[in-house]
Design a protein around this ligand. Sequence first.
Ligand code: G1P
Length: 298
Amino acid sequence: MKIRKAVVPAGGWGTRLLPATKALPKESLPLVNKPIIQWVVEEAVASGIHQVIIITNSLKRPMEDHFDRSFELEYVLARKGDTKMLEEIRRITDLASIAYLRQKEQLGLGHAILVAKDLVGDEPFAVFLPDDIIDAPVPAMKQMLQVFERYKCSVIAIERVDPEATSRYGIISPKPIAHRVYQVQDLVEKPDPAEAPSNLAIVGRYILTPEIFEYLERTPPGRGGEIQLTDGLKLLLERQAIYGYEFEGVRHDAGTPIGLIKATISLGLKDPEIGPELREFLRSLPVGTSEPAARTPK
Ligand code: G1P
């Protein structure tokens, strides 16, 4: 069955990026030369998914405006004769068919997914968490769609993390079944390293069967008092198999200042216009000292 719809939960407060996100959605922050949300919608489209449901809140207007038409801007660019940027601005407007749904209370990731229940309907769908930006030769979601085609069950993206870092992720208990594919035996949201069943962490890309909604409705608040998607998936396991797929590519956590800087540098280096000058700039920086050159002792 073809996956036609993507759900993008973007209703969070971006607290890890404060104060930058005090008045601006974190999904609108720039990553190289476009907002984070555009990278995510482009990954969906590059994976063949053209219907995108973004879960928002009342402060996310700039994110919605980014995909809207701006006649004034188009007029200005046309008058300047900047046809290249004019085409780019129009391409963004036509990128995908986007619907916005407000999450009226921030009750967790599982709750955000539930908000999309009626719009998704009775079909499997993709989920993209915009904090996770994945740089991959084949889009991570496109890789996952192949796994879904084969097993016809929910598929979650996974990555091996430092065993000390398990408390930052959902962690699976894995049973290897094919190259990069694991059948999920159990899932735990953000376990302490001592309790983690493995160091295979859930990354923000999922393909979910519609039965997940039924289970999320029954999921009690978990870690942090929130309705966790991981807990909903654990309940779904009673009825259906779930697969973990170790995608090929590099994941950046664009939801923290350091992660966003690293993502900007790695993706910036690959950008044909920015890359060469950025590389030169990075080479010119003093390495191996935490003190600015002028303050080193005489
Ligand atoms: C969410 C999920 C977690 C997953 C992570 C991936 O956590 O709850 O299971 O590992 O995304 O980025 P969050 O980072 O939103 O706290």
